[in-house]
Design a protein around this ligand. Structure first.
Ligand code: CDP
Ligand code: MG
Length: 156
């Protein structure tokens, strides 16, 4: 099981798309471990996007990220990082395939609605940036044995 950090960026809040996007992840079978609305501070945004420091879009990206409230979520599921990235679609809204979140709802190459961690290392770092321990919940979902085949002892 993997964990991943999602940010529903300021445009997702402003365009009232939170429910639709969150529903996709719930319907897919992911478990929400933590979720909150927050306005990201400049220092937090710089820390979160540190891998992009120095690139030409870094400063506009920091302004965008901090411009208005966001919703952050920690999700859990098998191969969650890769599956969420697929569901998000390509970075540029203009290039993202229909059927993906960005492909269906975004046309901008910057205002692309959603962030998802790109590796287990960045997921761990990012969840640590946005959530305190007590804001993350470990609980059983009653339908988990219908989301995965767990009858063999593995999660299939
Ligand atoms: O979000 P994702 O991992 O798909 O893309 P990224 O390459 O990690 O870039 C982070 C964010 O920077 C993107 O989601 C865009 O909002 C923004 N960006 C931009 O404004 N201009 C670019 N040329 C590339 C990315
Ligand atoms: Mg990225």
């Amino acid at each position: 099981m993997e964990k991943t950090l999602i940010i529903l960026k300021p445009d997702a809040v402003q365009r009232r798309l939170l429910g639709k996007i969150i529903a996709r992840f719930e319907e897919k079978g992911f478990q929400i471990l933590g979720m909150k609305m927050t306005q990201i501070s400049e220092s937090l945004a710089r820390k979160h996007y540190a891998p992009h420091e120095g690139k030409d879009f870094f400063e506009p990206l920091i302004r965008y990220t901090t411009s208005a409230p966001v919703v952050v979520m920690a999700l859990k599921g098998k191969n969650a990082i890769e599956i969420v990235r697929k569901m998000m679609g390509a970075t540029f809204g203009s290039k993202a395939e229909p059927g993906t979140i960005r492909g269906d709802y975004a046309v901008s190459n910057r205002f692309n609605l959603i962030h998802g961690s790109d590796s287990p290392a960045s997921a761990e770092k990012e969840i640590g940036i946005f959530f305190k321990k007590e804001e993350l919940f470990e609980y059983n979902l009653t339908d988990i044995q219908w989301v995965y085949d767990m009858s063999t002892g593995d999660i299939i």
